[in-house]
Design a binder for this molecule. Structure first.
Ligand code: MF3
Ligand code: CO
Length: 250
């Protein structure tokens, strides 16, 4: 699928979708407490999304069975919510959510602390978040796509963390996943030229230890092979002639 340039009308709808998703994330994060199940998070998130007249885009996507991907500790992404998985004080939980508003998608993820976490884990979450901001400093019309990838890699590598390679960011619009793919690790080529009106989901997934991942038998959950914690931070952004607009952060 080709990379699409959104019209002014489409950009307005993507701004609306992003604002809603940003609010969903803020309201979801403040409800995360020890003792709740990952299924509880999905139920709350699904209701929140629908309360804004949006459709949760992940539900039934390629057969995925929930509205929110809930990934605990060493789980990187695509954790499936379960009644039996109870969050404990000191856990971290990555919440990935997507909404469709009037036919337009927004996609965003946050890693949240459950109760009190160690300084090491706090740092992993903060570096992952900051790596997104380092990456999107380069997300300006006239620059090239892999300027984003290279900036994320250069920043994260100074901390010795593992950058997940099997999963990448992506274009987004009338579909959840559009071209181009956006790696979070350094590339040899420049990639395509960024143009105003492109909308992209930039989403570093960073492991405290090694970069290697494995898939669990549920065929969805991606875990760090060494069992150490992993964090995820994602927003849907709009490329402009100047600074990018972060659509899904409010
Ligand atoms: N948020 C994921 C992404 O960025 C998509 C999850 S799709 C699901 O690509 F099916 F796992 F929900
Ligand atoms: Co995404």
């Amino acid at each position: 699928m080709a990379v699409t340039i959104k019209s002014a009308r489409e950009i307005e709808l993507m701004k609306d979708a992003g604002k809603i998703l940003g609010e969903v994330h803020n309201r979801l994060a403040e409800q995360i407490v020890p003792g709740m199940s990952t299924k509880d998070i999905d139920v709350i998130g699904d209701k929140l999304i629908r309360s804004y007249q949006c459709i949760p885009s992940f539900l039934h996507y390629n057969g995925y069975p929930a509205s929110i991907c809930v990934s605990v500790n060493e789980e990187v992404v695509h954790g499936i919510p379960k009644k039996s998985r109870i969050l404990q004080d000191g856990d971290i939980v990555s919440l990935d959510a997507g909404v469709i508003y009037k036919g337009y998608h927004s996609d965003a993820a946050r890693t949240v602390a459950v109760g009190t976490i160690t300084p090491e884990t706090e740092k992993l979450i903060e570096v992952t978040r900051q790596s997104f901001f380092e990456g999107i400093k380069m997300a300006v019309a006239g620059n090239h796509l892999y300027d984003i990838s290279n900036a994320i890699d250069a920043y994260v590598s100074t901390f010795g963390y593992g950058i997940v390679r099997e999963l990448v960011g992506h274009g987004i619009g009338t579909h959840l996943h559009e071209d181009p793919q956006i790696p979070n690790f350094a590339q040899k080529r420049r990639g395509l030229r960024l143009e105003a009106g492109m909308t992209l989901a930039v989403e570093p997934m960073i492991n405290m230890g090694r970069a290697d991942v494995e898939f669990l038998d549920d065929d969805w959950t991606v875990v760090a092979a060494d069992g150490l914690p992993s964090a995820h931070y994602e927003n849907t952004i709009l490329i402009t002639e100047g600074e990018p607009v972060i659509l899904s952060l409010v």
